[in-house]
Design a protein. Structure first.
Length: 289
């Protein structure tokens, strides 16, 4: 087990929406970071987004120019994660929400990363215990669930698998706090705390649209102003990706049952039509840019 003072090197696997943001906050916290993706173009886009985020922070007076420059100096990109993890203290996986994909990845990580390395998954709902079970180090596997966008949202949900050790939990908490996150700890259970509650609320909002109760705009406004949510459940679903939301609610419905997790018909139809939210330009709202 590595000591807290030795948390210096982080590898992030997956340079998409979540991955590049996680890499950014790790580098801003003073760690050396390698952002990897099997697609070179994805790495380039992720690195570009990090620079854009930091430049925007400087323009708004929220980030010092010196911190921006130091952060950019601590992040490198690459397409071969097996080489990158050979010297990593912590690996954070941010690949798509598919159990088969994550299990294959963690088997590879277990074989390539040093025994001391902590392996973390950014999954928002899948079983950390099952992912850890494909490795020879289940005590050093943990869920580190960041929220989109990671460089802005303060919450970090730590998920303790059945075999996750107290030392691993302490390490992850230290890393999270270095990143400026507010850390909560939850048991490994389908949907954890945040996704389970968020999916139930989002599904009900979608059914309200189906039933003509109110428009997406008015439903979101009700939650934003009436319950002080920073973003309504339908706009939030668009930002997460309706395809991602559908996968999560299908998984929760299989695992937990209950009408609150039954995938709404309107969600299925939008995904089938390619209306996935912000990333496709249309979901419950239209995004012309």
């Amino acid at each position: 087990m590595i000591l807290e003072s030795e948390i210096r090197s982080v590898v992030v696997i997956g340079a998409g929406t979540m991955g590049h943001g996680i890499a950014q906050v790790a580098a801003m916290a003073g760690m050396r970071v390698v952002l990897t993706d099997r697609v070179a173009g994805a790495v380039e886009r992720g690195m570009s987004r990090i620079r854009e985020n930091l430049d925007s922070g400087v323009e708004k007076g929220k980030v010092d120019a010196s911190l921006r420059d130091a952060t950019l100096g601590r992040v490198t990109g690459g397409t071969d994660f097996l080489i990158a993890v050979a010297s990593a203290d912590l690996v954070i996986e941010a690949v798509p929400e598919r159990m088969d994909l994550k299990c294959v990845l963690f088997q590879q990580l277990d074989q390539s990363a040093p025994d001391r390395t902590i392996l973390a998954t950014n999954t928002s709902s899948l079983s950390v215990t099952e992912i850890a079970g494909v490795t020879c180090r289940p005590d050093r596997v943990i869920g580190m669930h960041f929220f989109n966008p990671p460089h802005i949202l303060k919450l970090l949900e730590l998920v303790r698998g059945d075999a996750t050790s107290s030392q691993t939990m302490a390490l992850a908490r230290t890393v999270g706090e270095l990143m400026g996150k507010t850390v909560i700890e939850v048991k490994d259970f389908p949907g954890f705390a945040t996704s389970r509650l968020g999916i139930a609320l989002g599904n009900e909002a979608m059914r309200m649209v189906e039933q003509g109760v109110a428009s997406p705009e008015d439903i979101d406004t009700a939650m934003e102003l009436g319950y002080r949510h920073p973003m309504g459940p339908l706009r939030l679903s668009d930002h997460v990706g309706l395809d991602v939301r559908l996968k999560i609610t299908e998984y929760l419905y299989r695992e937990l049952g209950g009408e609150q997790f039954r995938p709404p018909l309107i969600l299925k139809r939008k995904v089938a039509a390619g209306k996935l939210g912000v990333k496709s330009g249309e979901g419950f709202y239209v995004y012309p840019n």
